[in-house]
Design a protein around this ligand. Structure first.
Ligand SMILES: *Cc1c(COP(=O)(O)O)cnc(C)c1O
Length: 217
């Protein structure tokens, strides 16, 4: 679907939710997409992109940044601590802070590097054993722990279970964020970003609806 259509759907959802235009930012998720598709979206003026893997992002974005000004990169996938430094140097935001060890690593590196990207704490709202994220019941304590480390916590992020109504998870994430005084809500993907905006998403992560199916081999 053309980028303009996605933007129009976001604008409609903002209006329907009684929210100001532009209050839900679009992160175009370019993981596993061929360079020419990413380039086409850059040429349409999109500057905010999301990548799952640090390795892939490092292979692709420094090159695009030589040609296109103002690119803002968000790392949205699970992060190993040994990739934390590279992620911090490459990205303006990281959406997958999901454990104390990673928080401690970010805090140490932030001292060393002198800056830190905006961080979103990933919450495992569906309490799925195979999924990353802190449990809803442990989130308040983890937010406090991260604040104690002076980390710039922008908000919370979730990926709802595939077989459940996403709205329940979006509402839960919004509730946890509100009681912790957090503004940022990274939620909503190709299939459900309008619902996420109804529930207050400030960042929607949309991949296949913009770029088409991913290259999975
Ligand atoms: C791949 C991915 C997306 C985008 O998913 P689509 O269904 O293609 O929109 C969003 N968030 C995360 C964390 C992802 O890994």
């Amino acid at each position: 679907m053309p980028l303009t259509d996605i933007r129009a759907r976001i604008a409609e959802a903002e209006t329907a939710a009684g929210r100001p235009a532009g209050s839900a930012r679009l992160i175009a998720v370019s993981k596993l997409q061929p360079d020419e598709r990413v380039e086409a979206v850059l040429q349409e003026g999109q500057r905010v992109f999301g990548e799952n893997r640090v390795q892939e992002a490092a292979g692709k974005w420094p090159r695009f940044r030589e040609t296109y000004d103002g690119v803002e990169l968000h790392i949205i996938g699970p992060l190993q601590t040994n990739k934390a430094r590279q992620a911090m140097e490459l990205a303006q935001a990281i959406h997958s802070l999901d454990r104390p060890k990673l928080a401690n690593t970010f805090a140490r590196l932030a001292q060393e590097i002198g800056t830190c990207p905006q961080l979103f704490i990933q919450v495992n709202t569906g309490e799925e054993p195979q999924k990353a994220g802190v449990l809803p019941g442990e989130t308040d304590a983890f937010v406090a722990e991260c604040r104690g480390l002076d980390l710039p916590i922008a908000g919370l992020m979730c990926i709802p279970p595939v077989d459940e109504e996403p709205s329940l998870h979006f509402a839960l994430l919004a509730k946890i964020a509100a009681r912790n005084g957090l503004e940022g809500l990274s939620m909503g993907m190709s299939g459900d970003f309008e619902k996420a905006i109804m529930h207050g998403a400030t960042h929607v992560r949309v991949g296949s609806a913009i770029f088409g199916d991913r290259d999975t081999h």
